[in-house]
Design a protein around this ligand. Structure first.
Ligand code: ATP
Ligand code: MG
Length: 550
């Protein structure tokens, strides 16, 4: 993994203090996704934070699937999450499923009941909500709160045995219905759900709630620092209560940081799932999605994602990060790695009328002028080439230095060419232009007699490979609406443009995920889904320039 100075942050400082004071002998963190969707760039922030912390202090990081809700979870998600964490460059120490601990959690709930700290309640979910009170008013105690330990033990066992229907009973903690913290007002610990679980099948019909399961999972795995997002700050007293009252040997501590928000990005699995289910995108790995698999397919690299999330840092207050910052880091990463070649996205044919028919010459080109180690290649040149349509204008404005009748430009890696005439079809579209070349101006020769102002790229028409280019714009036009309007009304109708053009012949055999810089166009990635043998499809990752400054 790349060398990096460890960015300081308040969680890292806590870890350092805990190691120095001997409070923690070793640090153990975890990344705890719920397998109810694919990971997104926000999760990458949590992954990098947890794994980097443990790496820095020779600790451990577990991957734990927080799979306590049987209704939304699927094995497909489990597999994709593992793949994404590995792809980001991390290896977990322990691999756990929350559901591995169901028996242990049940036993811990029994401890609470025996201590008089939990009871079976027959109120409906709606009634529980209504009696919970508000920030100003205390809640109302449930009429079932005074059930005896024996009665609670028996009813809880019967809940487990499937004797009740969904929603008929719950197990609640007996804490304080007047607590200023609403989470402490007898929170539900277990609910009944007669549903098949992706891991435990039909073994269980009662499932622990997040606030009960999560601290127990952390404690059972030996986690020392349980890092989560700010929404859980108010849950911390309950977290500590569960660890303490369930008499866990290991006492993990919870720390909260602000979740990542980005411009032009929806960052919630629920919304991303909706985009997939409504077929508004081409699956979870659509290159316009902020999922790890979407970013990968578009062509972002793990290095770029890691640098990005490290740079934005860890804070206690919310902010929205400019999505262009991620683009900055992928450019930085690919600058020295990606070969630079030529591609014509909107082709216009050029006939070089004084070049001998049937002749082909092979011109030498550097693969990456900023990285000489990448060597050189030969590219063919002949009488017919393609250039970009907008590199020619019949009637150009001032300061247009590319091709127009009478003007001369440099063809990158080749010769100067001068335009003499052009051909139009019946609709008035320019279909072909005619130029002459000057053999004395060959690239690499020390020709100095005249200068040209424009350099344009091209590909040899005879040998060029026909390919598709997929150009992207943000999928979401504005930041997420705060006013409750459905975010789908912000979807950009022009987020994908597919164009047919040409690349240099050597790219015919490009493999999925090969990355290139196309001269003047930006960085591209060979799409793993749409490419076929001999006909690659190129996703534009980013253009070359941006106004973004770090
Ligand atoms: P979502 O709301 O997108 O479904 P989640 O928080 O429900 O996200 P989990 O699978 O429960 O998703 O999250 C796994 C871990 O990733 C948690 O520790 C969570 O805090 C963290 N995480 C999720 N979204 C972000 C984000 N935008 N920024 C930072 N961390 C995040
Ligand atoms: Mg969640």
């Amino acid at each position: 993994m790349e060398n990096r100075p460890a960015p300081s942050n308040f969680i890292r400082n806590i870890v350092i203090d805990d190691l120095n004071s001997g409070k923690s002998k070793e640090i153990v963190t975890r990344f705890p996704p719920e397998p109810n969707g694919y990971l997104h760039i926000g999760h990458a922030k949590s992954i990098v934070l947890n794994f980097d912390l443990a790496d820095e202090f020779n600790g451990k990081t577990n991957l734990r699937f927080d799979d306590t809700n049987p209704l939304k979870e699927e094995t497909e998600y489990v597999e994709s999450i593992k793949e994404d964490v590995k792809w980001l460059g991390y290896e977990w120490d322990g691999l756990y499923f929350g559901s591995d601990f169901f028996e242990e959690m049940f036993n811990r709930a029994v401890i609470l009941i025996k201590k008089g700290l939990a009871y079976v309640c027959d109120l409906s979910a709606e009634e529980i909500r209504q009696t919970r009170g508000t920030l100003k008013e205390p809640g109302k105690e449930s009429p079932y709160r005074s059930r005896t330990v024996e009665e609670n033990l028996e009813l809880f066992e019967r809940m487990r045995n499937g004797e009740f229907k969904d929603g008929e009973k719950v197990l609640r903690a007996k804490i304080d219905m007047a607590s200023p913290n609403l989470n402490m007002r007898d929170p539900v610990l277990y609910r009944i759900a007669h549903a098949s679980h992706h891991n435990t099948g039909d073994k269980w019909c009662i499932y622990p709630m997040y606030d009960f399961a999560h601290p127990l999972e952390d404690a059972l795995e030996g986690v020392t620092h349980s890092i989560c997002t700010l929404e859980f700050e108010d849950h911390r007293p309950l977290y500590d209560w569960v660890v303490r009252e369930c008499e866990m040997d290991n006492e993990p501590r919870q720390y909260e940081f602000a979740r990542l928000n980005m411009t032009n990005t929806v960052m919630s699995k629920r919304k991303l799932k909706l985009l997939v289910d409504e077929k508004l995108v081409d699956g979870w790995d659509d290159p316009r999605m902020p999922t790890i698999s979407g970013l990968r397919r578009k062509g972002y690299t793990p290095e770029a994602i890691r640098s990005f999330v490290r740079e934005i840092g860890v804070a206690k207050s919310y902010s929205t990060v400019d999505a262009q910052m991620l683009d900055h880091f992928v450019r930085e990463d690919l600058k020295l790695k990606a070969p630079r070649t030529m591609a014509v996205i909107r082709p216009l044919k050029v006939v070089i009328t004084n070049y001998p028919e049937g002749e082909v010459e092979w011109l030498e080109a550097e693969n990456n002028p900023e990285n000489p180690e990448m060597g050189t290649r030969k590219i063919p040149f002949s009488r017919e080439i393609y250039i970009e349509q907008d590199d020619f204008m019949e009637d150009p404005p001032k300061k247009y230095h590319r091709l127009f009748p009478g003007n001369e430009v440099r063809l990158k890696h080749a010769y100067f060419i001068k335009c003499h005439e052009f051909v139009k079809d019946e609709q008035g579209n320019i279909t072909e232009i005619h130029c002459t070349y000057d053999p004395a101006t060959k690239s690499g020769s020390d020709f100095t007699e005249r200068k040209v102002k424009g350099t344009i790229h091209w590909v040899d028409a005879n040998s060029a490979v026909a390919v598709d280019f997929r150009l992207y714009e943000p999928l979401i036009l504005d930041e997420e609406n705060e006013d409750g309007t459905d975010f789908t009304s912000n979807i950009n109708p022009n987020s994908l443009e597919v164009l047919q053009g040409f690349v240099e012949p050597a790219l015919k055999e490009a493999n999925p995920h090969d990355k290139f810089q196309f001269f003047r166009h930006g960085y591209f990635n060979v799409d793993p889904k749409h490419s076929t043998a001999g006909r690659p499809v190129f996703n534009r990752i980013v253009s070359l320039k941006s106004s973004f400054k770090l």
